[in-house]
Design a protein around this ligand. Sequence first.
Ligand SMILES: NC(=O)c1ccc[n+]([C@@H]2O[C@H](COP(=O)([O-])OP(=O)(O)OC[C@H]3O[C@@H](n4cnc5c(N)ncnc54)[C@H](OP(=O)(O)O)[C@@H]3O)[C@@H](O)[C@H]2O)c1
Length: 265
Amino acid sequence: MVDDRTILITGATSGLGRALAQRLAATGATVLLHGRDAAKGERTLAEISKATGNDRLEWYRADFADLHEVQDMADAIRDRHTQLHALVNNAGIGPPKPGTVRTERSAQGHELCFAVDYLAHFALTRALYPVLNQTGHVDHARIVNVSSTVQAPLDFDNTVIDRFETYGQSKLAQIMMTLDLAERFRDTHVAAVAVHPLTVNDTKKAQTSTTPDARATAALIDEMDLPVINGKFFNVSTEERAHRQAYDVRVREQLRNLSEELTGF
Ligand SMILES: NC(=O)c1ccc[n+]([C@@H]2O[C@H](COP(=O)([O-])OP(=O)(O)OC[C@H]3O[C@@H](n4cnc5c(N)ncnc54)[C@H](OP(=O)(O)O)[C@@H]3O)[C@@H](O)[C@H]2O)c1
């Protein structure tokens, strides 16, 4: 049977994203691979195509530290595709090394981890709403946000985005976005879910660059029903409560307003 799904994976050039891309390519789905490095992307596409025999792979380059590049990529995808069955928001830069402070900023001047892990995906998801929605009318569509069990509360006292300095705040922001999307798409055939993708052992392996186990994330795309996953946070395969701040609708509204202001979406 032909797999007629179209699936976009951000950060598909290494780690979990790459493993997931290969797994999904093996089913024959049309897989859109994203990354920031053109040479690495083309190499990854060629290797996955060779390993799986899938010639329906596409490569999209965008540095998520620049919202203009995110917008251009969304435009290019919308030009080519009227259907998107899964958007996997996976690209990320991880926490700074222990004892160090990350000082780099995105092109728009935002703290880098918050910009890449959260804001870029907020913008991409908004830009791809119409395609996801349209897919939901005829089929099922899902947004899978690759988050983490590392979650830290957001602090809006200082409106300067430098306050969102940590990985944990960016990952919790992704979960808040998930809950908002779940509300928005309730009673439709589009679902949003957040996942911490790897067990502790697999996390250690991922750090030593062994191919990570993408099964838990793949199951959210391939196997689990929309009503079961919509608005949920999974720790690998087990549904779990996220940090309590995620369930505070006022905080989520504050974050949504701030994100719209910062991204222009
Ligand atoms: N690994 C774990 O143990 C673990 C645990 C919990 C959650 N997670 C989450 O899982 C996701 C994947 O993690 P991973 O370990 O697979 O990470 P990884 O191996 O470092 O891969 C991250 C991907 O994101 C891309 N990326 C980084 N910065 C980018 C930017 N500015 N613009 C566009 N793409 C960019 C990378 O591109 P390059 O290939 O060019 O670097 C790569 O494709 C992340 O969101 C992470 O927070 C991972």
